[in-house]
Each structure stands twice: as structure tokens, then as C-alpha cells.
Write a new protein. Structure first.
Lengths: 67, 488
């Protein structure tokens, strides 16, 4: 049982390290490739009037293509 | 949803919670000063019969400061900042406004019921969960209403992206909901025993060690999801807004968020080190507590670096002082906590005064300073008036800082002295000190704590006066300040 818990800790810690480092890599890589600009969201707190331009606009209703 | 032309944010609910923050703060911290004095001068226990004893007042102190002062302050921050980062006004939905008022009045009933029942000695005897089952049901209703309002605002938002503060508010809602329900699974004795005992009395559904583990799963996560997560939500909004500086690294805020969420929930068992819970639970709690330094410091450093290049504001603006010192105390207490959770350190620290010392550098230095900054940043926007007195705010900052330092340093010394004296043995293995020896040795430190607490309370009274005068007599503002709060 003790052995099992030791293996459990080692494997669990390893998984945690991989998951968190993968998340960091994902964040930086998606920014580098231009998919996302995370830092722009920091402006939400600064420009927070009700009529300020949203950093990302709410979803517009989908318009059907008549053609 | 109405058009946003000429729309304004609606602060009606914010105002109500502002006043409960101030009132509960005064009540809770006054009781704190009284019980700190009772520990130093025990004759103070006998002033009001059973209602004035330490054992009766202590749960009222913790519950009023946590569920009265802090929760009110968090609701002020939420109802103020959530509208702004989502770019939607509460006033756009009559339904949400009605729910907001309903939540506030139910909250008043619950908080009053909490104070009265605990003053009468009605308690489940579980730390931070003393309220009996009828009040617990009311708390669940209040919390669900908050959730409906939060997700209602999110559903109506104009800003598609959810700012990091909203992530923390949502986590607060979900975390407390889950933990509160599990820890308050209780059996009303009269209903299920054919009429035995009082109608309001209950016993926990869990027994013995299981009860202790569930209790501290809740107990520690009350620290996580009331003292930490919503306060980070506050600082991520109010520090950038007051300083005019965007958060230093948004990516770091996201990483710290997920780290905190994943790790905090496993650390509660550190309250039960060296007890009857399984060894693996103790070790796991200890390990997760140490790992917790990473996301905690991730958030704290991110807050401090937000001031990069603008450190001059620290000398010019007392609200920035409150928030920067709050982040610093957050760093201190999130380093101190993991140190106490190391099993060998805990062998000395457990049950000693170092523990309330740790709790108070977090709650007085981090949580309360952020609550003060939240109220004072919001006040000029909510009441459309200038902050009444900058010099009073400065004086409050320094008096309270000295108060906190006296509090935690005296408790560090007292706690370590106490732990060492309890463990000291002579060459034959006999204990060297009796309990009263430790009481005599610790008396000066308990007196210093009472002085520290009194200083903090004086600062709170200054805050209450300054806030009241701001709301009623501050110079009227024509336009809403964009960043730095105007003060006379």
C-alpha cells in the first residue's frame, strides 16, 4: 500500500508538471502564432464604460445568406 | 435588454452592501478586540454573564468578520466591477434588480439570525460553519440567487471576453456552493428522532474522523474561496483601474487561476496533521500546501508588477498603498501557511498562537485592506462625490499597518514559545512545564496582540467616518474619474 502511494505521488506529480507546462506552452505558442492576443484582455478593466468599445464584441445574430 | 444609449451602471445594490460592510466590520472587529483582551486579562470574561464569555463571543467574531464584513465587501466588489467588466448594467433587467434586492434582504435576515443564534449559544460547533440548519438553508438560497444574478449578467454582456476577475467570481460561487453543501449535510434531531431536542438542533451526517476531514475540506477552502479567490478578483480589477495600468501579464493570471483551482482543494487536510486521519491524507495535504506557493505567488507577483514603472503612485495615492501592501501580505501569508503545513514545523505550530497569527496577517493585511480599497475606490463613482479626506486615509493606513505588524509578530513569538514549552522534556523524559507556565510566559504577547487589534479597530473607525462623510458630504463630482480616485 505504501509502495502504491509512493508511485501514485511520483506519477501524479509528473502529470501535474506536464499539464501545467503544456498550458504555459499552449498560451505562449497560440500568441506567437497569432491565434490569440491574451494581453489585450487586460484592457477590459481600464476601459470599462458602458458605452466603451468591447475588446471582443458579443456574438451577433447569424444572418442567413439569401443567395 | 434596453439600448445602451444614455445607460448608466446601477449601483443600488452596491450601496446597500457598502453599509453592511462598514457595520459588520465595526461589530466583528470590536468583538475581536474584546476577545483578544479577554485572553490577556481573563476578568473581562465576566462583564455580561454568559453573553460576554470568550467561548460565546469567539464564534460571533469569526462569523461576523467573515460572513458579515468580508462577504459584504466581496458583494460590493462584485456588483460594482462585474457590471463594468461585462459592460452591462443591472438596471437593464428588472428581474436581476429584484433578485439583487431579495438577496440583500435575505442576507440581512441570515446575518442577524447568525448573530442572535450564536449569542444564544446555538451552534453546530463546527469551525466557520457554526450556523444551524435553518440558517444553512437560507444561505443556500442566498448563494443560488447570487449565481442566477452572476450568470444572468454574463448572459446579457456586451463584452464577449470574460475578464479574469469574472473567472474568480465564478470560481467563488461554484467552490463555496460545493463545499458548503457537503460540509453542512446535517440531520435535524427533532424531526428525525420523534421529537427529541430543540427544533433547530442538528448533528453532522458524518462521524468522527470523516467529519473532521469534511469539516477541514470546507474550513480550509473557506480560506480559499472566501479569503483568497474573490479577493484576487477584486485586486485584478481595482488595482489596474485605480493605477491606470493594465494587469502585468494576463497569461500569468490565467495560469495562476488554474493552478490555484486545482491545488487549493487538496490542502485542507493540513489542519489535521498529527491527528487520527490517515497518513497519506496528511502527506498529500502537506505536499499540496507547499505547491500552493506557486499559483499564490504567481498572482501576487503579477499584482506587484502591474505597478512597474508607476511606483511613484505608491507615495502619492493611499489606495495604491492599501492594495500594494495587501499583495505583499498575500505573499507573506501564502508563504507562512505552507511552512506551517510542513509536518515537522506543524509539530511545533499546531494548536499554538502562531495559527491565529497566520490567519490575521492574511485577513487583516490582505483581505481587509483590499475591502477598504474596494469601498474607497467605488465610493466616488457610486456617490459621485470626492473622497472626504486623503490625510485620514493615510493615517488609517499607517495605524492599521502598525496594528497588523504588532498582531502577527507577537503571535509568531508567542506561538513558537508555546510550541517549544509544550514539547520541552527533562533528561528523564518528564514535561518541563505545566500549562499555566506557558500562560504566564505568553501573557505579554497576548497584551501586545490586544494593543495591535485596538490600533486596527481605531483605523477601522477612521475608515467608517471617512466613508460616511464621503457618501454624505464629499465635494460633488461633475464627471466620473477614469482612474485615480479624487480625494480632498
Amino acid at each position: 500500500m505504501d509502495q502504491l502511494s509512493i508511485y501514485g505521488y511520483v506519477i501524479g506529480s509528473g502529470i501535474m508538471v506536464v499539464v501545467f507546462y503544456s498550458y504555459i506552452v499552449y498560451l505562449y505558442r497560440s500568441e506567437k502564432r497569432g491565434h490569440k492576443d491574451y494581453e489585450k484582455y487586460g484592457k477590459i478593466a481600464l476601459d470599462d464604460e458602458i458605452d466603451s468599445k468591447p475588446v471582443e464584441k458579443g456574438l451577433e445574430p447569424v444572418k442567413k445568406n439569401k443567395e | 435588454m434596453q439600448s445602451n444609449a444614455a445607460m448608466e451602471y446601477d449601483y443600488s445594490i452596491v450601496k446597500l452592501y457598502m453599509w453592511t460592510t462598514v457595520i459588520f466590520g465595526i461589530v466583528g472587529m470590536l468583538i475581536g478586540v474584546i476577545i483578544a483582551s479577554q485572553l490577556a486579562w481573563p476578568q473581562l470574561n465576566y462583564m455580561m454573564g454568559e453573553y460576554g464569555t470568550f467561548s460565546r463571543l469567539r464564534p460571533i467574531h469569526t462569523n461576523v468578520v467573515v460572513y458579515g464584513f468580508m462577504i459584504s465587501g466581496i458583494f460590493v466588489g462584485f456588483y460594482y466591477s462585474a457590471q463594468r467588466v461585462l459592460k452591462v448594467s443591472m438596471g437593464e433587467s428588472k428581474f436581476l434588480m429584484t433578485l439583487g434586492y431579495l438577496q440583500f434582504f435575505l442576507y440581512l435576515i441570515a446575518a442577524s439570525g447568525m448573530v442572535i443564534s450564536e449569542a444564544m449559544g446555538i451552534t453546530t460547533s463546527k469551525e466557520y460553519a457554526q450556523m444551524e440548519w435553518p440558517l444553512d438553508i437560507l444561505i443556500v438560497v442566498i448563494w443560488v440567487i447570487w449565481g442566477v444574478i452572476m450568470f444572468g449578467l454574463i448572459g446579457m454582456r456586451r463584452e464577449k471576453a470574460l475578464y479574469i476577475s469574472m473567472w474568480y467570481y465564478v470560481a467563488t460561487f461554484l467552490g463555496v456552493a460545493m463545499l458548503y453543501l457537503f460540509n453542512n449535510m446535517e440531520v435535524p434531531t427533532q424531526l428525525l428522532s420523534g421529537g427529541l431536542g430543540a427544533w433547530y438542533h442538528s448533528v453532522s451526517m458524518y462521524a468522527g474522523t470523516n467529519d473532521a476531514m469534511v469539516q477541514w475540506w470546507w474550513g480550509h477552502n473557506a480560506v480559499a474561496f472566501v479569503f483568497t479567490v474573490p479577493i484576487i478578483a477584486l485586486i485584478y480589477y481595482f488595482l489596474p483601474k485605480e493605477s491606470g495600468q493594465a494587469v502585468y501579464s494576463y497569461k500569468l493570471s490565467l495560469l495562476s487561476f488554474w493552478g490555484l483551482m486545482f491545488i487549493y482543494l487538496w490542502a485542507g487536510g493540513h489542519h489535521l496533521l498529527w491527528s487520527t486521519v490517515p497518513d497519506w491524507v496528511q502527506t498529500m495535504a502537506s505536499v499540496f500546501s507547499v505547491i500552493l506557493i506557486l499559483p499564490s505567488w504567481g498572482s501576487a507577483i503579477n499584482m506587484l508588477l502591474t505597478m512597474k514603472g508607476e511606483w511613484n503612485q505608491l507615495t502619492e495615492n493611499p489606495l495604491i498603498k492599501f492594495m500594494v501592501l495587501a499583495s505583499t501580505f498575500y505573499m507573506l501569508s501564502t508563504l507562512e501557511g505552507p511552512i506551517q503545513a510542513v509536518k515537522s514545523v506543524n509539530a511545533i505550530a499546531h494548536f499554538t498562537d502562531w495559527i491565529p497569527g497566520h490567519v490575521h496577517d492574511g485577513t487583516l493585511g490582505w483581505v481587509s485592506f483590499m475591502v477598504f480599497a474596494t469601498l474607497m475606490h467605488s465610493a466616488p463613482r457610486v456617490f459621485k462625490r470626492e473622497i472626504y479626506s486623503k490625510s485620514l486615509l493615510e493615517a488609517q493606513f499607517w495605524i492599521q499597518t502598525v496594528g497588523v505588524v504588532l498582531y502577527f509578530t507577537s503571535m509568531w513569538i508567542a506561538g513558537i514559545t508555546q510550541g517549544m514549552m509544550w514539547r520541552a522534556v527533562d533528561e528523564y523524559g518528564n514535561l518541563m512545564y505545566s500549562f499555566i507556565d506557558t500562560v504566564n510566559a505568553l501573557h505579554p504577547y497576548w497584551a501586545i496582540r490586544a494593543v495591535g487589534g485596538t490600533l486596527y479597530f481605531i483605523g477601522l473607525l477612521m475608515f467608517a467616518y471617512n466613508f460616511f462623510m464621503t457618501a454624505t458630504a464629499g465635494r460633488k463630482l461633475e464627471t466620473e474619474p477614469q482612474f485615480r480616485s479624487p480625494m480632498a
